[in-house]
Ligand binder design. Structure first.
Ligand SMILES: Nc1ncnc2c1ncn2[C@@H]1O[C@H](COP(=O)(O)OP(=O)(O)OP(=O)(O)O)[C@@H](O)[C@H]1O
Length: 889
């Protein structure tokens, strides 16, 4: 480019104009030739050229354009200081973009209105070019290959030879360029002409019809629609892809859960001040690792890679840690058992992760907070009760952390042991369980528990946990819709540090603690190894820790382990140990987690079912015994019937005998002269023969007391015969309560006055004799002696023994006639005898019908005996009865 004041080469002014049809309008420009662009130069010779250019425009626009052009060119010329040369016919190459657009607008508009007959853009442009340049081929630079006859516009003022000579003089490299470009333009122009001719030949028929345009329009619309659809589809696909990846991750998690792997999160704490001061560096490389992977740089600069379910970097806060833990802890509300434990070397942040502090609350507190939140959200369909227990395993002893220890000398601490429940889970009977419903309560509780926990100072951690701390959250849930109950546990365990004894340089009590800690942790390692290798025996009982976590490590619960590591190069060995252990844990597969039903209710139902079963058995037994009793009863009834028949036979036999005897007696009496006393007696005594009254059928003998008679006997006081006899004799006679009784009495032989022979009393006649006033008084010395059969022949004064029917009516009647005893005395005697006692036993037994009727009383001793005897019918007894009956007969 030529600078101001420089001597520009004496070349004619060239105006570069690009046809708008070939190039976008905004790129139309005048250009300096040293920055040639796309078209061949058109020689425009200074003023004249511009004048002609101006004359191309319509009169209306000319003035303004004129003004404009003048302004433009004067400014250009002034700017470049080339006025002189310009005027002298030097070539100036203009590039004036700012005004060019507007300038060309003017030009094009002007041309369109003035000269163009056909308004196709190509023609217009061509015309514009021609008119603008208005050059004749002959007037262009003669012999120059750059110019063709059509394009070159001569300014008319100067001769072609001048220009030519000028060009020859100044064979600048730029001109070579121009030439090349000119050639190109020429070719293009030819093409253009050919095309124009072609265009001219195109008739309206050959032009696409309206259908084509409509089709094109439709296609355009369709294209737009398709484009829109494509964009929409793209968006949908994007969203779908995102969803799918989320879903995939979720499914992966589910697969892991179903597979039952214990999940392992790794957390690395930041380097602490002490480590920084000592110049320790971080050996944990997160950057070069993939997601959920970390590399540990070993002392020999080799790198060991570990992969876990999630890795927390030193900058990750408590919230980030809990956000990953959240889905697991919430599943306790769905009835799953969950166990989360933190493992790692001393001072790596186990307690920090699980408990945290007031500013950075840990998993324990956040878990309970979340449980309350979710249970509140679900309150319309679920009712939850949350309770908390806290214990520590210190030196293989279990200690309740929610119970403040009293002075051990006054009251020794409660000894807690692990027991297996009926459902197969491990329980600690006697462990305090506190119901919680608010986060404030929880925080206080956790604080108190942590305060009670055994801590000590080691050179690795000032407040090192010397025990395993276990927080158990029990959630009891009840579905308000279907009544289903669940009871699940969430164990939150802060293990003691897995330090090497040598490393932390402990002694005394601390050493003992460390040994216990290491023992239990190695038991944990053994359990993990056994689980990983799927051996049949898992040594859970080798330590209290593994025993209590038995169902959480290998059972049907969800387990998460935090492996805590230190980034410090000083802890490299411990870090690798912890990570190796965690990798082993991650490989453990246990059964898929299972929802836990509330077994307390189940247990209750089980007990009820057992009781019902037992009751059923008892009922069956009772039914069996009732059946056998019924059988026995029917057998006894049968026997009774047989006996009754026999009794009837016997009575008829007896009646016969009596008749015969009466006849004999009558005969004997008629042959004898009867004495006076005896005749009186015989007159008064009842006839011996069978009763003229019709005998009622024998009642059924039973040793069962009918309910009616029993109630009667209970409601009525037992009649006291002595009283009754003395107070109202007649009334007593008519009383139907009397029953047949059997008694024996001793009768003194009575000498008849006439014959002096001893009259042997017989049966009822002898009764009358026994109650003879003198003889009775003389014999007994105070009253008649009645005795039972058992007293048979116990005195030599007894001359006859008689069974009789103890009928108070009859007694009364007899005594009234013959006995000197008054009613009271007789009754007293009756009451005093064992017979009376036996009789009293039967007071309630006769059937009520008998008692009411009172007209018939069994007289035969067999019947009386049967009535008196308390019968218990059984085949055995039956045989016995038979034997007795024999004697009666
Ligand atoms: N991620 C962390 N960010 C900040 N500080 C941490 C982090 N982890 C641990 N610490 C700090 O490191 C120190 C030791 O942590 P902590 O007591 O929790 O370790 P520990 O593993 O429980 O030790 P020990 O086994 O001896 O009980 C604490 O002062 C704690 O605040």
């Amino acid at each position: 480019m030529y600078r101001e004041g420089e001597n520009a080469p004496a070349v004619p002014v060239q105006l570069h104009l690009l046809p708008p049809v070939l190039y976008p309008k905004e790129r139309l420009c005048f250009d300096f030739l040293d920055e040639p662009t796309w078209c061949s130069p058109h020689v425009v010779k200074d003023q004249d050229a511009w004048v002609r250019l101006k004359s191309c425009f319509t009169p209306d626009t000319t003035s303004s354009i004129d003004l404009e052009l003048d302004k433009i060119f004067s400014s250009i010329v002034q700017f470049h200081g080339w006025q002189r040369r310009f005027m002298a016919g030097n070539l100036i190459y203009i590039c004036f973009y700012t005004y060019m657009d507007r300038f060309l607008d003017y030009i094009v508009d002007g041309l369109c209105f003035s000269n163009c007959s056909e308004k196709t853009p190509e023609l217009e442009t061509l015309t514009l070019s021609m008119k603008l340049l208005n050059l004749d081929a002959d007037q262009t630079l003669e012999g120059s290959p750059n110019c063709d006859s059509e394009n070159v516009v001569s300014n008319g003022g100067e001769s072609n030879s001048d220009i030519h000579s000028d060009q020859e003089q100044h064979t600048l490299p730029i001109f070579e360029k121009i030439e090349k470009l000119s050639n190109k333009v020429k070719i293009l122009r030819r093409e253009h002409i050919a095309l124009s001719n072609e265009v001219k030949t195109i008739t309206s028929d050959s032009l696409p019809g309206s259908e084509v345009f409509t089709a094109l329009q439709n296609l355009g619309e369709e294209h737009e629609t398709l484009k829109k659809k494509y964009q929409e589809e793209c968006q949908t696909l994007k969203t779908k892809f995102h969803q799918e990846s989320t879903e995939r991750r979720k499914l992966y998690n589910e697969v892991i859960e179903l597979k039952g792997n214990i999940r392992v999160f790794c957390r690395c704490r930041p380097l602490n001040q002490d480590e920084i001061t000592k110049g320790s560096t971080s050996v944990v490389d997160f950057e070069s690792s993939q997601e959920n992977e970390l590399k540990i740089t070993a002392s020999d600069s080799s790198k060991k890679q570990f992969k876990f379910d999630h890795i927390f970097r030193p900058e990750d806060n408590q919230e980030a840690v809990f956000s990953q833990t959240l889905p697991l802890v919430v599943s306790v509300l769905d009835g799953f058992n969950v166990c989360i434990f933190a493992y790692g070397q001393t001072g790596t942040g186990k307690t920090f992760t699980m408990e945290g502090n007031a500013e950075n609350r840990g998993v324990n507190y956040r878990t309970l907070e979340e449980l309350f939140k979710v249970s509140k959200e679900r309150s319309e369909i679920m009712r939850y009760e949350v309770s908390v227990s806290m214990l520590e395993v210190y030196n293989e002893k279990i200690r309740d952390l929610l119970v403040e220890d009293k002075d051990p000398e006054q009251q020794p601490p409660k000894k807690l042991e692990i027991k297996q429940s009926a459902e197969g889970t491990q329980e600690v009977p006697g462990l305090a369980e506190v119901a919680v419903s608010k986060t404030d309560e929880v925080w206080e509780l956790l604080k108190n528990g942590s305060r009670v926990r055994s801590v000590g100072s080691t050179n690795a951690n000032e407040l090192s946990s010397r025990s395993h701390c276990l927080l158990r959250v029990t959630v009891r849930g009840e579905n308000l819709v279907n009544g289903h109950k669940t009871r699940s546990h969430l164990w939150l365990v802060d293990l003691a540090g897995s330090e090497r004894v040598g490393k932390i340089e402990v002694e005394g009590e601390r050493l003992k603690e460390s040994q216990f800690i290491n023992k239990s942790l190695s038991a944990l390692g053994d359990v993990i190894s056994a689980l990983a290798s799927k051996t049949s025996h898992i040594p859970y009982r080798n330590s209290k820790l593994t025993h209590i976590l038995q169902s959480s490590l290998g059972g049907d619960c969800k387990t998460l382990m935090f492996v805590q590591i230190s980034p410090s190069s000083a802890d490299l060995g411990e870090t690798i140990c912890s990570l190796n252990f965690a990798s082993r844990v991650r490989g453990v597969e246990h059964g898929p987690a299972r929802k836990q039903t509330d077994v307390t209710d189940l247990f209750k139902y089980k007990q009820l079912a057992e009781k019902a079963k037992h009751d059923e058995k008892e009922t069956k037994k009772l039914q069996d015994s009732v059946q056998s009793l019924q059988l026995r009863l029917s057998a006894r009834e049968h026997i009774c019937r047989t006996l009754q028949e026999k009794v009837r036979d016997l009575e008829s036999q007896l009646a016969e005998e009596r008749k015969t005897r009466q006849k004999q007696e009558n005969r004997a009496l008629s042959s004898l002269k009867p004495p006076l006393g005896l005749s009186t007696i015989s007159e008064k005594r009842p006839p011996l023969g069978p009763s003229t009254k019709p005998r009622l059928p024998l009642r059924r003998i039973t040793n069962f007391v009918s309910s009616q008679s029993q109630s009667q006997s209970e409601s009525k006081p037992k009649p006291n015969y002595a009283n009754l006899l003395s107070s109202n004799e007649k009334e007593n006679i008519s009383k139907p309560i009397m029953r047949a009784r059997r008694g024996s009495f001793v009768s003194k032989p009575v000498q008849t006055a006439t014959t002096g022979s001893v009259l042997k009393p017989k049966r009822r006649a002898s009764v009358a004799a026994a109650f003879h006033s003198e003889s009775v008084a003389g014999a007994s010395g105070g009253g008649p002696r009645l005795r039972n059969e058992s007293n048979n022949n116990n005195t030599n004064r007894v001359v006859g023994r008689h069974s009789f029917v103890w009928d108070p009516q009859r007694v009364w009647r007899t005594s009234r006639v013959q006995s000197p005893l008054n009613g009271k005395e007789v009754a007293a005697v009756v009451e005093a005898t064992p017979v009376a006692a036996a009789a009293r036993r039967f007071m309630g037994s006769p059937p009520s019908s008998q008692a009411v009727v009172g007209s018939w009383k069994p007289k035969h001793p067999t019947v009386v005996a049967l009535q008196r005897k308390q019968l218990v019918w059984s085949p055995l007894k039956h045989r016995g009865t038979k034997a007795v009956r024999k004697s009666f007969v």
